[in-house]
Write a protein that binds this ligand. Structure first.
Ligand SMILES: *Cc1c(COP(=O)(O)O)cnc(C)c1O
Length: 422
């Protein structure tokens, strides 16, 4: 069967055709800005982004000079105290938010808790958190914990992703949606769902963990109310990097974080016994920011500020189309099915393939220098980070996948044992 050519891809695909796509790729020089072993094909930048070359010297400076010599004076002299807001403004440019609407702090889960609790309390008389049953489990856990804490004042309701809009009613306080599905990469319609939530009097809360720096996001244009997102995935902020939260300016004085620390106080150094919220997004800060983690994230954000996200999206869609077409053409009959949307516009920056032995297949690929990951029950997840991934890498990855499956290399007994972290 002949497969119709996808836009931007030539009719006939081989390694040379992929190399030609790289030669014409305006983002190709960005690969040199990352530390990557030659020969490694890294398809897990959606889980832990690669190390920007600018990060180690930046960290050395912050540790050696700002901390080592500047000591406590660096809170002011090196701008540490403003870091949550300053980095927030840099993230804002990537997600369609305005300066002063984004704060970098804490982890995604903690930020989700802060905003979810604030949203439920801002909609008295409504007690339902509506989400999709296939949401990233941690997000559901956070909602479950809040419901338990509010002891009947809050209830988590989950439906299939396609049924979210229809499940909105007068009981829903907040609609909590992950924009790009962590497993399949399917993209939710942010504008339509935000409008539907607003139409029924609920707030919308978006998890942008797999969206930020993977595709252009327009929180403001979509009328989204609240959002959280991750610093260590496509943003390349480093393992456990601080996360971010977004509160639309129109809501900043009505929604309150339940986690009150001195850094979110209107006058932290007044040391008053009672809490008064700092104005604006600053009021969502809790405790002292982790400056070393913030420094690594800021080095990555400064790299992102140089990048045209539309070019990133165009390459990401092309890499995904290429991967899917190569799987169709070269891995037919080997037990793979494509779990991601085939239409680029509906897919984030990853391709998920189902295989009954998915876990073993991922282990065999990693042994051959192709690093993807496995998501239960049967998904081989291949992340496509366009700043450092080449079209020839996709070619090599699919050839390696074909070789593994065709020779049943994944049947080796050691691949059956589950590692703790994959
Ligand atoms: C990665 C991810 C998180 C991560 O949360 P942590 O607090 O960093 O563990 C949360 N939500 C989604 C949807 C994610 O993909």
């Amino acid at each position: 069967m002949r497969i119709a050519p996808v836009s931007g891809l030539p009719d006939s695909l081989d390694r040379d055709a992929c190399a030609a796509l790289d030669a014409g790729d305006p983002l190709a020089p960005m690969r040199g800005r990352f530390v990557l072993d030659e020969g490694l094909i890294y398809l897990d930048g959606n889980s832990l982004g690669a190390l920007p070359a600018a990060t180690p010297p930046r960290l050395a400076r912050v540790v050696g000079e700002e901390w080592g010599r500047g000591l406590i004076g660096s809170w002011n002299d090196a701008g540490w105290i403003e870091a949550p807001r300053r980095l927030g403004d840099k993230v804002a440019g990537l997600i369609g938010a305005d300066a002063g609407e984004v704060l970098v702090a804490d982890s995604t889960s903690v930020n989700l808790f802060k905003l979810l609790a604030g949203a439920v309390r801002a909609r008295p008389g409504r007690r339902v958190v509506l989400s999709h049953a296939d949401n990233f489990p941690a997000d559901l856990y956070v909602a479950q914990g809040l419901c338990e804490l509010l002891d009947g004042g809050c209830e988590l309701r989950t439906v299939a992703p396609a049924e979210l809009a229809g499940a909105l009613d007068a009981d829903v306080a907040v609609l909590m949606v992950t924009h790009v599905d962590y497993a399949t990469g399917a993209v939710q319609d942010m504008a339509a769902l935000s409008a539907a939530a607003r139409g029924c009097g609920a707030l919308s809360l978006w998890d942008l963990s797999h969206s930020t720096a993977a595709l252009p996001v327009d929180l403001g244009g979509c009328g989204a109310d609240l959002a959280v997102g991750c610093g260590y995935k496509y943003l390349n902020g480093g393992p456990g990097a601080p996360a971010f939260l977004y509160v639309a300016r129109r809501l900043q004085e009505t929604i309150r974080s339940p986690l009150r620390g001195w850094m979110g106080h209107a006058e932290p150094f007044a040391f008053e016994p009672g809490h008064r919220h700092a104005p604006g997004v600053q009021g969502f800060l809790c405790g002292t920011p982790p400056i070393l983690g913030m420094a690594a994230l800021e080095a990555a954000l400064d790299l992102w500020l140089e990048v045209d996200l539309d070019a990133v999206r165009a390459k990401s869609v092309r890499l995904g189309d290429l991967l899917i077409r190569l799987v169709d053409e070269r891995c037919a009959g080997l037990g793979l099915t494509v779990a991601s949307p085939r239409e680029g516009a509906r897919r984030g920056s990853q391709v998920a393939l189902r295989h009954p032995d998915g876990y073993r297949v991922v282990r065999a690929l990693i042994d051959r220098g192709v690093v993807g990951d496995f998501r239960s029950p049967d998904i081989v997840r291949l992340g496509l980070a366009p700043l450092y991934l080449r079209h020839v890498d996709v070619w090599e990855a699919v050839e390696t996948l074909r070789e593994v499956l065709a020779t049943r290399a994944h049947d080796r007994p050691e691949y059956a044992v589950r590692a703790a972290v994959t």
